[in-house]
Design a protein around this ligand. Structure first.
Ligand code: PLP
Length: 363
């Protein structure tokens, strides 16, 4: 049996009875987008984050675009983002018509506050902080550095991560979530959300979500169409109940990897003090990464890489490179995402561990 780095099907098969019931319920509701399930989901998010406002949207990328648009940035504005992130973070900035400034990361894989400090200028109008792989970024330092510049937290990979028991997503001005099928809270299709404590930004983002419509369906603002559909919202309402439990299972798997592989030349995820890593991905760093990856593949284990090509090396983003990229370059050459998901069985994980051990013995 093949073992993948992520396996959304495993979870959906387990829940298939409930999922079918959800589908039948939604069919009979006669209201298929931004309906009662969405309202319920927004209220679940508000409770989960202990935050005032939430908006269901169509994807994590849309969440970022709507967040950026709500800030009313002028054309020559700069938005600082880290180099190690999903392409989506960069695309959202470009699509918003402003200029990304891509900077290097620190040992956690997240935006380096010291570099950020040097790169902030009068043109900097927002900073997007990504908590990569579920590992919280150095948000306290970043907040000191940015002063009054708004922070957008990209929590697409870090739903449930926290710093000093405070959830990431509650440190910035606006936070963006993704429910892409492999994420810790996963839809069976696209989905995303925006959360904030700022009432005026919330009101604005709510307008932008749907054509700029006010209550009377009159467009009072240039907007998008980014609605969360009722099937996805209902699925998320079901799955959010298991999220914390599943994040603990992910942590258990991570701890077992670290314990079992500790004597090998492997660098484990570097976390900051008093943080909870939601382990969306379990990313090790290793020399000759592709050699190990190919060996594992030959044994039917399929790890992945997040990310092989950092943003500043992609043709679309090359010209926005804003700093030396020593750390991003090194990490992108060494990183490997081992299988981690709540449904990964002990015997599957043991197979992954033993195969890695065998690789080092035969090397
Ligand atoms: C997945 C992801 C996104 C985009 O989310 P989509 O729902 O796929 O649009 C944005 N940022 C990061 C860091 C992600 O991992």
């Amino acid at each position: 049996m093949k073992i993948f780095f992520a396996n959304p099907k495993a979870q959906n098969i387990l829940l298939s009875k409930k999922l079918k019931k959800i589908f039948n319920n939604v069919i009979s509701q006669n209201n298929y987008v931004l309906g009662n399930e969405n309202i319920k989901f927004e209220s679940n998010l508000k409770k989960y984050f202990n935050i005032k406002y939430a908006l269901g949207v169509n994807s994590g990328t849309d969440a970022l675009k709507i967040a950026l648009k709500s800030l009313n940035l002028k054309k020559n504005s700069e938005v600082i983002i880290p180099s190690l992130t999903a392409t989506a973070t960069g695309s959202a900035v470009l699509e918003s018509g402003v200029k990304p400034v891509i900077i290097d990361v620190d040992k956690t894989g997240n935006m380096d506050p010291a570099i950020l400090k040097k790169k902030i200028s009068t043109k900097t109008k927002a900073v997007i902080v990504v908590h990569l792989h579920g590992n919280p970024a150095n948000i306290y330092e970043i907040k000191k550095v940015v002063k009054s510049i708004p922070i957008i937290e990209d929590c697409a990979q870090s739903m449930g991560s926290s710093i000093n028991k405070k959830r990431v997503g509650t440190f910035g001005e606006i936070s963006c979530l993704s429910f892409y099928p492999t994420k810790n809270l996963a839809a069976i299709g696209d989905g995303g959300a925006i959360i904030t404590n700022n009432f005026s930004l919330f009101k604005k983002m709510k307008l932008i979500r749907q054509y700029g419509w006010d209550d009377k369906r009159v467009s009072v603002e240039q907007g998008y169409n980014s609605r969360l559909d009722e099937v996805q919202a209902a699925i998320l309402n079901l799955k959010i109940k298991f999220l914390n439990q599943n994040n603990l299972l992910r942590n258990k798997i991570a701890k077992k990897y670290m314990k079992s592989l500790k004597n090998l030349p492997i660098v484990f995820p570097q976390t900051l003090k008093n943080t909870f890593h939601a382990y969306h991905l379990f990313v090790i760093q290793i020399k000759q990464r592709d050699k190990l990856m190919n060996y594992l593949k030959s044994k039917k284990i399929f790890p992945s890489i997040h990310y092989r090509v950092p943003l500043h090396k992609m043709p679309t983003f090359k010209k926005y490179k804003g700093s030396n990229m020593k750390q991003s370059n090194e990490m992108s050459n060494k990183m490997l995402s081992l299988p981690i998901y709540p449904e990964l069985t002990l015997s599957q994980q043991t197979k992954v561990i033993n195969t890695i051990k065998k690789y080092f013995k035969t090397k």
